[in-house]
Write a protein that binds this ligand. Structure first.
Ligand code: CTP
Ligand code: MG
Length: 226
């Protein structure tokens, strides 16, 4: 028996997928399953509850998932990702939460395990990927200044938090009218440190048609290794 604190996975899936241009992105199929179902399956063995934020028009499509996964619950998302996560956070009540984009289907079990371990210790951690490419600031289309690559990371999900830490960060952002592209960004704004855990290049977010093309070329290899 373990006495780890109970954990929820919060999956923002309410986005309209404008850049992909195929309707609600979470419902796009990849290798015979929707991106949303892949996200649910990836986190399920590690959490006590799963909460998804969906758009009202997605309700009928997610019914079969709600029947298939006993610990799956839903809320309506908001206008922004931040608003969707807030709704998820208000609905869930576990001591630890992990947030994972429905749009990142290739989450390896070992990355989730190291993230969860980090969160138990520090209260806030995110996966992030070191850059293999040289990074520069640009100005008007020209190379301006080199970024020190050794300390630069691209932030991914999942991100994990003690619920109280994330709740306070969201509340402060709401009070100040501030925003961030992800939850780790909000937690930083609230003054709490965020631990960086090594991510995975396969955890790329499906944003554009080219990303989906890459995912479709790779999914067979991924599924065969499971
Ligand atoms: N998301 C959400 N609620 C919103 C906006 C985004 O739950 N109001 C979710 C998306 O469903 C996705 C994740 O946040 O799983 C990351 O967002 P992104 O990749 O930007 O997805 P979309 O907002 O759907 O895409 P786009 O920005 O191209 O419209
Ligand atoms: Mg978006």
């Amino acid at each position: 028996m373990t006495n780890l604190p109970k954990t929820s996975a919060l999956i923002p899936a309410a986005g309209s997928g404008t850049r992909l241009g195929m309707g609600f992105k979470a419902l796009v199929e990849l290798g015979g399953k929707t991106l949303l179902e892949r996200a649910i399956q990836n986190v399920q063995p590690y959490v006590d509850q799963i909460w998804i934020a969906i758009a009202p028009q997605m309700e009928a499509s997610v019914q079969p998932l709600l029947e298939r996964y006993a610990n799956l619950h839903w809320v309506l998302g908001g206008e922004t990702r931040q608003a969707s996560v807030w709704n998820l956070l208000e609905a869930s009540d576990t001591q630890t939460v992990i947030i994972h984009d429905a749009a990142r289907p290739f989450l390896a079990a070992d990355r989730l395990e190291v993230l969860l371990a980090a969160v138990q210790n520090t209260g806030a951690a995110t996966l992030a990927l070191a850059s293999a490419d040289t990074l520069v600031h640009t100005q008007n289309g020209y190379w301006n200044a080199l970024i020190d690559r050794s300390s630069a990371y691209a932030v991914q999900t999942p991100q994990g938090f003690w619920r109280a830490v994330l709740h306070q960060a969201h509340q402060q952002a709401h009070q100040h009218g501030s925003s961030a592209t992800d939850d780790a960004g909000l937690v930083i704004q609230s003054g709490h440190a965020v631990q960086i855990v090594s991510g995975d290049s396969r955890l790329f977010k499906i944003t554009t048609p080219m990303d989906l093309e890459l995912a479709r070329a790779f999914v067979g290899v991924w599924d065969a290794a499971l």
